[in-house]
Design a protein around this ligand. Structure first.
Ligand code: NAP
Length: 288
């Protein structure tokens, strides 16, 4: 079974659109997401465009602020301070990566926790690890939704996550743990990686290497979630971290790139924006 993140995201966005359409009546306006894009990186431009398109589909107001690569850190922090104070702004997202002369951690920490729709703020990260209400990071949240929508049992299963980044590997491992999986986190220093990954009943791959996971690394019947977004060096097309053609016959459930985790990430960003808005309006708790 191939889980289509694209289809699932579409149906969730339609549901959200129905909900958002009622907000002007109840709250006088719709949620407002501000996305800040620094520089001209084509990948970042395409992500920001995708976020604006999804906002339009859901009925969320989207403002994308573009600034040149040369923007100073102080100017960026100043902009965030103004958006933090603006009562008409519910979510602030700074598209990463930022140019080298800007301290990413400082910028993320400058966003008010209540407006941190990416779930990257240190207080949201701390809350996640302490099982407190928080805004969950979009990609890990989307992965759990995909697993559940496919009817995958997570509780009691052996899950292996390859990758330990702050934005994918670590938080998805924590969410799997919260769903009562037994979780192993593998990384570039893991010895005998294939031996570890073959044990996985649920394998989440987030490393950023085209078609790295081959059939011999996957156990028969495994559930395989491919987070990677890479260019295939042979074809130049988008591909994941998993060699889909080779692994699909062995997997019981698998995601594709493109059309898998990516659309769910954006869908969860929309959900997070709505949650931040509703929390501000005083009608809902966290951890949706
Ligand atoms: P990252 O910060 O570069 O982290 C990569 C992780 O992979 C690191 O923990 C690294 O280990 C591990 N790794 C690298 N090479 C490895 C190897 N040969 N064997 C085992 N582990 C290895 O990347 P990221 O931000 O997590 O992103 C990972 C991929 O997901 C990228 O392709 C990115 O574009 C994609 N992504 C997709 C979405 C989406 O919505 N679809 C969202 C975010 C990211 P060490 O820690 O030991 O260095």
């Amino acid at each position: 079974m191939v889980i289509s993140g694209k289809e699932l995201a579409l149906s969730l966005k339609m549901k959200m659109a129905g909900e958002v359409a009622t907000f002007p009546r109840w709250y006088g306006r719709v949620p407002h997401l501000v996305v800040i894009l620094v520089g001209e990186d084509p990948g970042s431009i395409s992500y920001v465009t995708g976020k604006a398109k999804a906002s339009a589909e859901v009925g969320i107001r989207n403002t994308t602020i573009r600034r040149p690569e040369s923007i100073g850190e102080a100017e960026l922090l100043d902009m965030i301070a103004r958006l933090n104070a603006d009562n008409d702004v519910d979510g602030i997202l700074v598209q990463l990566p930022l140019p080298k002369h800007i301290d990413e951690a400082k910028v993320i920490a400058a966003i008010r926790q209540e407006k941190d729709v990416d779930g990257f703020h240190p207080l949201n990260v701390a809350a996640l690890w302490q099982k407190q209400p928080c805004t969950l990071p979009c990609t890990p949240k989307g992965i759990i939704k995909m697993l559940k929508s496919a009817g995958v049992t997570i509780e009691g299963r052996r899950a292996v996550v390859i990758g330990r980044s702050n934005i994918v590997g670590l938080p998805v491992a924590k969410l799997l743990l919260d769903e009562n999986a037994t979780v192993t986190v593998a990384h570039s220093r893991t010895k005998n990686l294939a031996e570890v990954t073959r044990q996985a009943e649920i394998l989440v791959v987030a490393i950023g290497r085209p078609k790295f996971v081959t059939a011999d690394m996957v156990g028969e019947g495994a559930v395989v979630i491919d987070v990677g977004v890479n260019r295939d060096p042979e074809t130049g097309k988008l591909c994941g971290d998993v060699d889909f053609a080779a692994v699909e016959p062995k997997a019981s459930v698998i995601t594709k790139v493109p059309g898998g985790v990516g659309p769910m990430t954006i869908c969860c960003l929309m959900e997070n924006t709505i949650e931040c808005f509703l929390r501000k309006m005083g009608s809902r708790g966290g951890n949706g």
